[in-house]
Design a binder for this molecule. Structure first.
Ligand code: ATP
Ligand code: MG
Length: 629
């Protein structure tokens, strides 16, 4: 089928389109109405339908593929590789679900999961789904304060945590963070269920509160816990956004719409079906992890790889080695991760023959053309950008190799996905911008299945955050974009980050892309800094590739970068200053924290740093600003 026809139908006849797509999952009771839209922008997909995510991800496959590998959890930190067939996964999930039930966890109760990328995190999520509990996975290793905030927002009945995670060979003890978070929280849950990996021998337990999963599991090893059938619009999980622009928002997802959107996108976008292998390098704590490490691959009966470790250890070829060993067909990673590899010798990309490997998908941050070319040429495989948000849960802009692959245009995540009625709106006039004109990317509601249903416990924040920016009731992506004559979209940066130089509006992404074309540059962040005359001027922070000489060569690089931007984008975009640093501040999910750099450059408070990954990177920015180079 042609992409254009399928897409048109998804917009013109959404109920017919999604009724067809809904056949891909199991319904205990079929939907009464495909779309109920009486209270815009709130909408109810598959109203009255009853289904269950765990049943669709696990039980449904037992007959046809019980002995097929469902989940491989690989840790290059501990050296453990854990493999589970669908039948074994079913056992593990039932035991976990029985443990939850024994602790009084019920339908609709929230359960906070604070674990690293290990199989037990997946069991915990599926066990919650099985009994209708609402999981809220908090990225393992987030500080106690972050965890406490999320506990207070979700008010969980239970917290499930691991003793520790590992990163770069170092044990990161989680339990002390849990203890601290529970002391900070206003409404701590009565119990903590600990999955003890044996990594932290000094771990202490609070009698009566802290329980050991292994002991509980022994008691429930052969349990059969019936699936709880949920109405399609009941909450399945909560997940907080990355907090790049401020306080994270608690995205609430439904059940049926989520399952259907994932089934569709696994087939059309990611081109993975039953028995095939998908490797997403995400952490389960992010939206990609939820959708494409856990639910998506399992719902379609594929094999999912979960990875704990760095992309460059034990060596920079580890990911491709795993792709060869497991016969990976589709891989999903982030531009940030590829830029880490890009600092290494490209010979690592060509060490393994990858006959089964079809596609590398990248998402989460703008994919600059030099990085896309470097990885695509090094691997000899197509690289496909895709754009989405924690809120949407699945790609908004993408190409669909599983259906009808349109040409890749470097720098663009592609075309609208099914059900996304997208427009670019001029912020000032509120009118639709013509192709080639920049503006805010919006979607006309109803949003398709799979997207957030609300902000947890806060409908007002849902409306205010996303639907209050224009006179029409449009969903604002809060991203800046431009479309071209072929209907492709290009993301230019976040609306908060737009730089206004003497009345010219520039997306951070345009300038970063120009900087990245310099052969010595590994990564760049561009911010707008207040200027008396021009309003704002662009300022660049760049990291250089390993092997770039120190000293004078760096100063030369800084000058070359200013000239290069002027050459490519015109004198108006010429950076006022260029700073060469060793690291850029990012969120734990790998996104550049431009707002914090900007605040430092304007001598303001850097704001909410709760999701900052490496405080040293920000300290280095501060030092570079003080030094003036
Ligand atoms: P918060 O909403 O709390 O500020 P966040 O927006 O960083 O955090 P996520 O939902 O993890 O949280 O990230 C989604 C954002 O990431 C998008 O809105 C966009 O700015 C950026 N993004 C994702 N994919 C792409 C892509 N392919 N190209 C360009 N930008 C992308
Ligand atoms: Mg966001």
């Amino acid at each position: 089928m042609r992409y254009e026809d399928a897409y048109r139908r998804s917009i013109d006849e959404p109920e017919a389109f999604w009724a067809d797509e809904a056949r891909a999952i199991h319904w205990h009771r079929p939907p009464r109405k495909i779309l109920e839209y009486t209270n815009p922008p709130f909408r109810r997909w598959f109203a009255g339908g009853e289904t269950n995510l765990c049943h669709n991800a696990v039980d449904r496959h037992l007959d046809a593929r019980g002995d097929q590998l469902a989940l491989a959890a690989i840790s290059t930190e501990t050296g453990v590789r854990a493999h589970y067939t669908y039948r074994e996964l079913h056992r593990e999930v039932n035991a976990f679900a029985a443990a939850l039930v024994s602790l009084g966890v019920d339908r609709g109760d929230r359960v906070v999961v604070y674990m690293p990328n290990i199989a037990e995190a997946v069991f915990a999520m599926l066990a919650c789904a099985r009994i209708g509990a609402v999981h809220s996975v908090v990225f393992g290793g987030f500080a106690a304060h972050n965890l406490a905030l999320r506990i207070d927002d979700a008010k969980p009945k239970l917290l499930i945590a691991a003793d520790a995670g590992m990163r770069a060979g170092k044990v990161i003890a989680y339990k002390p963070l849990v203890d601290e978070a529970l002391a900070l929280a206003a409404s701590p849950p009565p119990h903590v269920l600990i999955v003890d990996r044996g990594l932290d021998p000094s771990m202490t337990r609070v009698a009566g509160r802290d329980l050991d999963y292994a002991a509980l599991k022994k008691r429930h090893a052969n349990a059969d816990v019936p699936v709880v059938w949920l109405e399609s619009n009941e909450p399945s999980y909560l997940l907080y956004t990355s907090g790049t622009t401020g306080k994270p928002k608690g995205v609430q997802r439904d059940v049926g719409g989520h399952a259907v959107a994932l089934a569709t996108s696994m087939r059309t976008v990611f081109d993975v079906g039953p028995g095939q292998v998908m490797f997403s390098t995400s952490d389960v704590g992010w939206a990609v992890g939820h959708s494409y490490n856990v639910y998506g691959p399992l719902i379609v009966g594929a094999t999912s790889l979960l990875y704990e470790g760095l992309p460059i250890q034990p060596d920079p070829g580890i990911w491709w080695q795993l792709c060869a060993e497991y016969g990976v067909r589709t891989m999903f990673s982030s531009p940030t991760a590829i830029r880490v590899l890009k600092k290494q010798d490209p010979a690592w990309l060509a060490r393994h023959a990858l006959p089964e490997f079809r596609w590398l998908f990248l998402a989460g941050e703008p994919l600059d053309e030099p990085t896309a070319r470097w990885i695509s040429e090094g691997l000899g495989k197509p690289v496909i950008d895709n754009y989405w948000q924690t809120e949407t849960g699945w790609p908004v802009l993408c190409l669909q190799p599983g259906l009808d692959l349109k040409p890749v245009k470097f720098g663009s995540p592609g075309l609208p996905n099914f059900g996304y009625d997208l427009r670019v709106i001029d912020e000032v006039s509120g009118e639709e911008a013509a192709p080639g004109e920049k503006g805010v990317l919006v979607a006309r509601p109803p949003l398709p299945p799979g997207c957030l249903t609300t902000v947890w416990g806060d409908d007002a924040r849902f409306l205010q955050s996303y639907f209050s920016h224009f006179k029409e009731l449009w969903y604002s992506s809060l991203d800046w974009a431009v479309s071209d004559a072929d209907g492709y979209y290009f993301i230019l940066g976040r609306t908060d980050d737009v730089i206004n130089v003497a009345g010219h509006r520039l997306g951070t992404r345009e300038i970063e892309e120009a900087v990245a074309t310099h052969p010595s540059v590994a990564e760049a962040a561009v911010i707008g800094v207040h200027d008396e005359i021009k309003g704002q001027v662009p300022v660049v922070f760049a990291t250089l590739k390993a092997g770039t000489p120190e000293g004078a060569a760096r100063a030369d690089a800084a000058n070359a970068l200013r000239e290069r931007v002027a050459e490519r984008l015109g004198a108006v975009a010429k950076p006022a200053r260029v700073y060469v640093v060793n690291a850029l501040p990012k969120t734990r999910s790998g996104k550049l924290l431009r707002r914090s750099i900007q605040a430092l450059a304007e001598a303001r408070d850097p704001g909410d740093l709760s999701t900052l990954d490496d405080p040293n990177a920000l300290a280095e920015i501060r030092a570079a600003l003080d030094r003036g180079s």
